[in-house]
Design a protein around this ligand. Structure first.
Ligand SMILES: Nc1nc2c(c(=O)[nH]1)N[C@H]1C(S)=C(S)[C@@H](COP(=O)(O)O)O[C@H]1N2
Ligand SMILES: [Mo]
Length: 271
């Protein structure tokens, strides 16, 4: 049974206020870059000394954006969705944490800090597939500048979190309401079974209705190179956050480690 994602053509129906917010967000990115002004600046950027692998003016723009994006981002704005006929050929990128010698048949998912549970929970794909199946077609964007349009299917992280609840934030009541973000642990950390790749997510983005624990891609079971048996599909973030081969999900209140943030990229990595 397929519960199709019903938010098609959000672009046309967007509220003016949302549209404004989106434009503001875009504007801030470009403002950050254009402060330096024009082509000469671009050439300068290319020659700027590297700091964590990025020229420092980029680092600085990213740091500013990180600050404003979290505040501007709302769960009410969706990544645009497409008709499956608009799919474009998928690419494979990023093999960290996807070493050989992995047996998807023996895979389990470990979940730490679930509310009301004193020890980690161990799940299988059967548990994930027991949650409602969600499917939608969206653009997948790598920060390297390429993208593809892809149909994802899986369980929404939101449904997962409703069953395996994040803990209450220290000092807050045990409200079962996932919309009451201020009462929940702030972050979600995910890593591959071998810990070779890992991402940190803000709780709001994790609970975004389009964030999927994904086991199908373009109508087929997920291929190993795309993260079988379970990957994250989070279209409100750049590709880097779409962790392939999830081995662990950990609710956290401290900012989690993040593979590419440690190497100079924006921790938030929102689109
Ligand atoms: N385990 C793992 N997941 C990963 C990566 C990786 O190196 N290892 N790379 C990320 C990046 S940068 C991109 S663009 C996407 C690419 O996903 P795809 O190969 O399914 O297109 O995977 C993301 N998830
Ligand atoms: Mo990427």
């Amino acid at each position: 049974m397929s519960e199709r994602y019903e938010e098609t053509s959000k672009a046309e129906t967007r509220e003016p206020e949302q549209e404004m917010r989106r434009l503001t967000r875009r504007g801030l990115i470009w403002a950050g870059i254009s402060v330096l002004g024009g082509g000469a600046a671009l050439e300068y950027l290319n020659r700027a000394p590297e700091q964590n692998g990025l020229g420092w003016p980029f680092r600085r723009a990213l740091r500013v954006n990180e600050g404003v994006w979290g505040g501007l981002f709302r769960n009410t704005s969706h990544a645009p969705t497409f008709d499956p006929s608009q799919r474009t050929p998928a690419r494979v990128n990023g093999h960290y944490g996807l070493g050989a010698g992995f047996d998807p048949a023996k895979w389990t998912l470990r979940v730490e800090n679930v509310r009301g549970s004193t020890s980690p929970i161990v799940l299988t794909l059967i548990d994930i597939k027991a949650l409602p199946r969600r499917e939608f077609t969206a653009q997948f964007c790598c920060i390297e500048g390429w993208n593809y349009v892809v149909t994802w299917a899986g369980a929404s992280f939101r449904d997962f979190a409703a069953k395996y609840m994040p803990p209450a934030r220290p000092g807050k009541s045990q409200s079962p309401d996932l919309d009451d973000l201020s009462s929940l642990a702030r972050y979600v950390y995910m890593e591959t079974p071998d810990r070779g790749y890992y991402v940190g997510l803000d709780m709001q983005s994790a609970l975004h209705p389009q964030t999927l624990l994904c086991y199908e891609m373009n109508g087929e079971p997920l291929a190993l190179e795309h993260g079988a048996p379970l990957r994250l599909a989070i279209p409100v973030k750049y590709g880097v956050k779409n962790l392939k081969r999830i081995g662990l999900i950990r609710y956290m209140d401290e900012p989690p480690a993040d593979y590419w943030a440690e190497r100079g990229y924006d921790w938030f990595a929102g689109l």
